[in-house]
Design a protein around this ligand. Structure first.
Ligand code: ATP
Ligand code: MG
Length: 830
């Protein structure tokens, strides 16, 4: 019967095909699967024929051929026989090599195939030695050690192998796997019964519904929406270094084209090879002033991301402008960054892992510390360290036709930009620009008579693509680079190049730089360099103060305040002097979050975080700030900490009680009222940590209503239980005045919320921003306080000892008052 004959013939044919597949080393199941898919079957048979291996081949080669049959780009069939030759001759040995080959072949034209480029892209002939594999595996295991120790053999080894592959794409997979197994065994020892158990995945806790919080009409909204604990990792938004191959930016050109910048796989691999796959960020202050609370946010983002991911953050001085920089600022910035708890990038490593970093450090000097390991002291970098590379790249840029020497004056440049017109020198010959640029470097051209400009897009919608200036002539000695140069690169030219040279993975900056992202990527692409992941966040603004360094500079140099660390300023030095801790400032930064919506943060939110921290960390003490005016001394114990433990000597301090006791003026009224908890004639109050007292007489200053003395009886048996509790300070012994201290009370520096916006912003200064009380009275225990010590003065506020303190006089700054004015329900959780 014909039907039966047909099916017999088909079965026979299938059998032959199956045999063919088994001959090239496919396992039975894969072979059957291929057979079930007629398209793949046709492809694979075609591949076998093209490769001329009908007689069979090894398993490894067969698997690669199978990959070719399923994944080969259909637009590049003409190149396939060529590729197969590489596979058969064992020059292409792995899937990553195949993928690189597919990438190249799918874009190369029919007559454009270049064997050198192809082999280079596929890593042909690159043999990764077992030693290199060993060190790479070691590094990956080290990076994941915490997880490995926790999960042991239940760890996802495939993930670890993937990380090795990212660093060493051309390494032999089999050797990598064997090395991984050996090293894991060394770390973990033999398998234990629990290693066979399945990992129980923790169920994700359900997010509680975000409570809607209604902001009072007059309450400025938080910079971010309320941050809830479950999304309290603000760094979760950033991609991994390994993912920096995808597109996240579109750049529009005036000719209608759209460019989507992304790294090629090769570029990314080279980058990952240099960094070991770690996160590298940079904090790039311009050393032209002290750092302020806004920089605390920038540091939280840059150093914080690096810390969170086990990476590194450079402190890079952005010192391309030789005019504004001062050594004082450089020194201060380093010191205050350390105080904030951040450690600029510094690596110590042994020579075994050296290779991983060799490209990375190729420009830096190694110091051998005498032992067999290297220590690299590289706590900071300067943009000016790269002046030579930047110059060489500028020459490259001209040669590639992407830059030209221009002679327009700054007014002309401005005018032409407004009219979207090309400079008359834009299309001059490359050789001419090269010569003129060299003249510029040699000091042959006067300042202002020539610039080097990037040849971008003068008709773009984005004015930051209007042929930005790359170099200017300036006959100024550079504080760091000396007098080697009389041309200086611009920020726009420098920043992206140095980021790329330092292999920065995440280049994070504030939103005003967003429009410069196009130029950032344009330049790196024009120079064929690695593209860091650029992302902008909102600038931190705080109410009733100014943060711009230019304005801060005026306040300081024109003596509106007492120096860069005047406690009324929002510089970090000032906040430190006022008594804020780095922990409080970082908690504040975490609280406001890393978002892109611009807003002004209320000063009292910052105060809330400072207070919260002091509540845990400031000792209690009693002080009378204004006062009134016989001989048993009783020593009482007062609490240093609200939750002080019994028997812990630091949890209490001694206060003497004598016949003369001082209380706050505001705690006494001649006429009592219901809501008043202080002392009045005939009324009782409790002296904190002491006894109830009852007012029995009042003495006035002669012929006035001014009270100068109150006579009171104390209830030694403590039978009365008055509602009011007062803080107080007594004469330490009869006739001896209590300890006198100076207290400085601070208020907002400016009256309006956003003084920076006012034309005459200096006129908005708050005349009462600082009040000095020179003779406040304190308990004797305070006598031993040292500069920087922090206290809660009971019922008054948090204070810290100022650096103006001398042996004769203690000076205290009020850090914050006791009560918060910030709406409780709007406070972000940290
Ligand atoms: P200023 O306007 O105060 O002079 P700047 O941006 O010129 O500030 P830089 O020293 O260049 O100051 O800043 C170093 C880093 O800190 C930059 O990445 C910058 O974006 C960031 N930064 C500066 N001010 C703020 C702020 N208010 N909030 C968050 N980040 C800031
Ligand atoms: Mg700046």
């Amino acid at each position: 019967m014909p039907v039966e004959e047909d099916s017999n013939a088909k079965a026979k044919k299938d059998g032959e095909v199956l045999e063919q597949f088994l001959k090239i080393g496919l396992d039975e199941r894969t072979a059957q699967n291929v057979l079930a898919n007629s398209k793949v079957t046709v492809n694979l048979l075609e591949v076998i024929r093209e490769a001329e291996i009908q007689e069979g081949c090894g398993k490894a080669t067969g698997n690669l051929l199978y990959t070719v049959s399923t994944k080969y780009p259909t637009n590049a069939l003409e190149h396939r026989p060529r590729l197969l030759k590489y596979v058969i001759s064992n020059k292409i040995k792995s899937n990553p090599q195949l993928e690189a080959a597919f990438g190249y072949l799918s874009v190369v034209g029919s007559d454009k195939f270049d064997a050198d480029i192809f082999e280079d892209k596929c890593g042909i002939g690159i043999d990764i030695s077992p030693d290199v594999i060993k060190v790479t595996v070691e590094r990956v295991l080290q990076n994941n050690m915490e997880l490995i120790l926790a999960q042991r053999y239940r760890m996802n080894v495939g993930g670890l192998l993937g990380q090795v592959r990212e660093l060493q794409p051309w390494a032999d997979g089999k050797i990598v796997k064997e090395e991984m197994d050996t090293q894991l065994k060394k770390i973990l020892g033999e398998r234990l019964p629990e290693d066979e158990e399945k990992l129980v995945k923790k169920k994700k806790e359900k997010k509680p519904k975000a409570e809607e919080t209604k902001a009072a009409a007059d309450t400025p909204k938080m910079d971010s929406d309320k941050i809830t604990p479950e999304d309290s990792n603000p760094f979760a938004i950033f991609p991994k270094p390994q993912e920096n191959i995808t597109v996240h930016t579109e750049i529009f050109f005036s000719d209608g084209s759209i460019w989507r910048p992304r790294n090629s796989r090769e570029k990314l691999q080279k980058h990952l090879y240099a960094t070991g796959g770690k996160v590298f960020t940079r904090f790039p202050p311009e050393p032209n002033g002290y750092l302020h609370v806004g920089h605390a946010k920038a540091m939280f983002v840059d150093f914080g991301l690096a810390q969170e991911t086990g990476g590194y953050c450079y402190l890079r001085y952005d010192d391309t402008n030789p005019d504004a920089e001062k050594l004082e600022y450089i020194e201060h910035i380093q010191e205050i960054i350390g105080w904030m708890g951040w450690k600029p990038f510094k690596v110590g490593f042994d020579d075994a892992s050296l290779f991983l970093y060799h490209t990375f450090f190729s420009n830096n000097v190694f110091e051998c510390n005498g032992s067999d390991s290297f220590v690299l002291e590289m706590q900071i970098t300067f943009s000016s360290d790269y002046f030579q590379e930047l110059y060489d790249l500028a020459v490259q840029l001209i040669k590639r036709g992407h830059a030209y020497v221009d002679h327009q004056t700054s007014d002309e440049i401005k005018e032409y930009r407004e009219k979207k017109l090309d400079s008359p020198w834009r299309d001059r010959p490359v050789a001419e620009s090269l010569k003129l640029f060299d003249d510029m470097r040699r000091g042959m051209i006067e300042e202002g008579k020539a610039t080097l400009r990037m040849k971008q897009d003068m008709k773009n919608d984005n004015f930051n693509m209007y042929d930005l200036i790359a170099y200017r002539i300036k006959f100024t000695t550079h504080p760091h680079a000396g007098d080697k140069w009389c041309i200086y690169p611009s920020y726009d030219y420098t920043h992206c190049i140095v980021d790329s040279l330092e292999n920065i993975t995440h280049s994070l900056c504030t939103l005003e730089f967003e429009s410069r992202r196009a130029s950032y990527y344009w330049l790196l692409e024009a120079l064929d360099m690695y593209l860091p992941y650029v992302w902008e966040y909102s600038r931190l603004n705080v109410s009733n103060t100014v943060l711009s360094k230019r304005k801060l500079n005026r306040l300081v140099t024109e003596n509106w305040v007492d120096g860069w660390d005047d406690p009324r300023l929002m510089t970090l030095a000032a906040l430190r002097r006022r008594g804020a801790s780095p922990e409080a400032l970082n908690a504040f930064c975490r609280g406001v979050g890393i978002t892109r919506s611009d807003n002004i943060i209320r000063m009292d939110l910052l105060e809330h975080f400072i207070r919260d921290d002091l509540n845990k960390n400031a000792r209690r003490s009693m002080v009378i700030i204004t006062n009134f005016k016989d001989s048993v001394v009783e020593e009482l114990e007062a609490k240093s900490w609200p939750e002080g433990k019994d028997g812990d000597p630091s949890s209490t301090y001694k206060v003497p009680l004598t016949r003369v006791v001082y209380i706050e003026k505001s705690d006494f009224r001649l006429v009592n009222s219901k809501e008043f908890y202080g002392l009045s004639p005939g009324k009782s109050v409790l002296l904190r940590y002491a006894y109830p007292i009852k007012c029995i007489d009042v003495i006035f200053k002669e012929n006035t209503q001014e009270v100068i003395e109150i006579h009171a009886e104390y209830d030694q048996a403590k039978t009365t239980k008055p509602k009011g509790v007062l803080h107080w300070v007594a004469e330490p012994s009869a006739g001896v005045d209590p300890l006198k201290i100076e207290v400085r009370l601070f208020d907002k520096l400016f009256l309006s919320e956003n003084p920076g916006e006012l034309d005459d912003w200096l006129a908005d200064l708050n005349p009462n921003s600082k009040v000095v009380i020179e003779d406040a009275l304190a308990v004797p225990a305070l006598k031993h306080a040292k500069i920087g010590d922090k206290f809660q003065f009971e019922r008054i506020g948090y204070f810290c000892v100022d650096r103006d303190t001398t042996a004769e006089k203690l000076v205290f700054n009020r850090t914050v008052t006791l009560r918060s004015s910030y709406p409780k329900d709007l406070v972000p959780q940290s």
